[in-house]
Design a binder for this molecule. Structure first.
Ligand SMILES: *[C@@H]1O[C@H](CO)[C@@H](O)[C@H](O)[C@H]1NC(C)=O
Ligand SMILES: *[C@@H]1O[C@H](CO)[C@@H](O)[C@H](O)[C@H]1NC(C)=O
Length: 131
């Protein structure tokens, strides 16, 4: 019985603090559009971030060999001609982890990653549509 309660507490306490964040650090006056979805059923609506704003989605790792993967589409600029889809914005592990955080910092020269608050540098360039 105690063992069951223990398992329940573990289940409730793990896999609940993960975050995937997007930050607009483009230019004052530049809006960033972001929409994310997972390889499971989640679909987040379109969000528009002003300069210096952040958008954070709570990610839940599934564990038991079931890897969650979130992807996000980012767009900005005149007629949103600059865009990029980050296919592995957040990639879950097969074992449930806790407290993982990915931040995608969007600058004029590209998209930078911070993994658990540690800077990882430029990861993606913007794809600029020819018009
Ligand atoms: C944002 O991410 C953190 C983890 O970095 C998480 O604990 C928190 O619940 C998230 N907040 C929102 C509003 O999604
Ligand atoms: C974001 O929305 C666009 C337009 O509806 C869609 O094509 C794209 O697949 C979406 N991106 C993600 C990561 O769901």
């Amino acid at each position: 019985m105690n063992y069951l309660i223990f398992l329940l507490v573990i289940a409730m306490c793990s896999g609940l603090n993960e975050g995937c964040e997007v930050q607009n650090q483009l230019n004052p006056g530049s809006a960033l559009k972001v929409n994310c979805s997972s390889n499971k059923i989640h679909v987040e609506g379109l969000h528009e971030l002003k300069f210096n704003e952040k958008y954070n989605i709570t990610v839940r790792e599934l564990g038991m060999g079931n890897k969650i993967v979130w992807r996000c589409t980012l767009r900005h600029g005149d007629k949103v001609k600059s865009s990029q889809t980050i296919w592995r914005a957040y990639r879950g592990a097969s074992q449930m982890r806790s407290g993982e955080k990915r931040s995608w910092i969007d600058r004029v020269d590209g998209i930078y990653l911070e993994k658990n608050d540690k800077a990882k540098g430029l990861e993606h360039h913007w794809i600029v549509a020819k018009q």
